[in-house]
Design a protein around this ligand. Sequence first.
Ligand code: FMN
Length: 452
Amino acid sequence: MTNRQLRLNAFMRPASIHTGAWRYPGAWPDMNFNFAHIKECIRKLEAAIFDGFFMADHMAVLNMPMDALKRSHTSTSFEPFTLLAALSQATEHIGLLATGSTTFDAPYHIARRFASLDHISGGRAGWNIVTTSNPDAALNFGLEEHMEHDERYRRAREFYKVVTGLWDSWADDAFIRDVESGTFFEPDKMHVLDHKGEFLSVRGPLNIARPIQGWPVIVQAGASEAGRQLAAETAEMVFTALPNMKAGKAFTADIKNRMRKIGRNPDHMMIMPACFVLLGDTKEEAQRKRSLLDSKVDYANAIASLSIALGHDASRFDPDKPLPDDIPESNASQSGRQRAIELARRENLTVRQLAQRLGGFGGLAMVGTVGSVADEMEEWLTTSASDGFTIQFPYLPGALDEFCTQLVPELQRRGLYRRAYEGKTLREHLGLPRPENRFFKNGDRRAANAAE
Ligand SMILES: Cc1cc2nc3c(=O)[nH]c(=O)nc-3n(C[C@H](O)[C@H](O)[C@H](O)COP(=O)(O)O)c2cc1C
């Protein structure tokens, strides 16, 4: 029963994904960078029993021309760990998920931060493994060029292995703190990783006890061939943007098949695509609210968003003609480029129309009444198109309030969503097992050859 209930995350960086959000009537214009507002929102999300609160991270301001950037409410955001550590003290149950870049960060740093967050929050941390597609991030980290897509994913795989190896540095019962003998930990229960690979060299051990969850929950959002394969091998939750239910079914089946092929249990994966939800008293009212929101997007932002999706300067295209056929692949997001091209072809859009769609929000959107959105979510769940959703709120606080006070009770009434947290940790909320320590089984060192 439990595993056929909807899982919900809140996508909170940017606090609203829609470029026009901060200008919507009644919205908090400073939502993205106001701690008091964020704290109020996470408490409401916890009262609505959300599984997780997710902070994305982009490590650079958006790579847009100034005329577009100056209109963006996402030009500043909190650093995720500082924020989540603070929020962990304002909440008790909700999961705290953050992006950690495998391209611009060091595995020892990532392992420490997530392990600390897991301890501080009582086992509520989750790591979204991201290779970072914004090429401008490279310029903030001493590099002139962004690493190639495939190379980024090869590094990500090795990075994951090192981080999880570091989390396994200590047996769960290593710290005996024997005051009589003066022994703080048992030396046999500490493992030195000594990793040397293609990209990384890390000795270890981690100077933090094994996380409460064993490992924080592992998340992935990539959709390319390389991204899917990495998700199937490593992830326990996937956020990947999926345009519709048909794509959801195909994606879910694909990831779960890939897991079976490598001997992983497909139940140990929560597919929770990003989903924008806008509610109205009638479908027409919901559409009117969306149109009002979309009207707050300047064309400069629209065309800049299209350029980011394509990995190419779209301002050079004729705005009133269809998208040119020969847009080359770029080193940024492959799946983002593909989704934009497919949307333009499918709906026969001009460059201007496509830009306007992506400039507001171009992904999966459920816009309707409480009943119609609950129907859609139910169909995704019952046809195994997903296990739940990572909700993107159109504007704040209004859309979050409507979701929590109107849609959640309806989902509960239909038996699709729980009425209380059943466990304490994020893994327990999601029904995910605690991973065994790779180097120690029930506290004892495993045979040396099982170590790597
Ligand atoms: C819900 C969601 C959250 C994401 N969060 C981040 C993020 O925080 N930082 C980032 O650089 N990319 C983020 N991405 C982008 C993905 O990690 C990935 O780069 C993108 O989907 C392209 O995948 P591909 O490289 O496999 O084509 C996110 C994507 C989705 C759908």
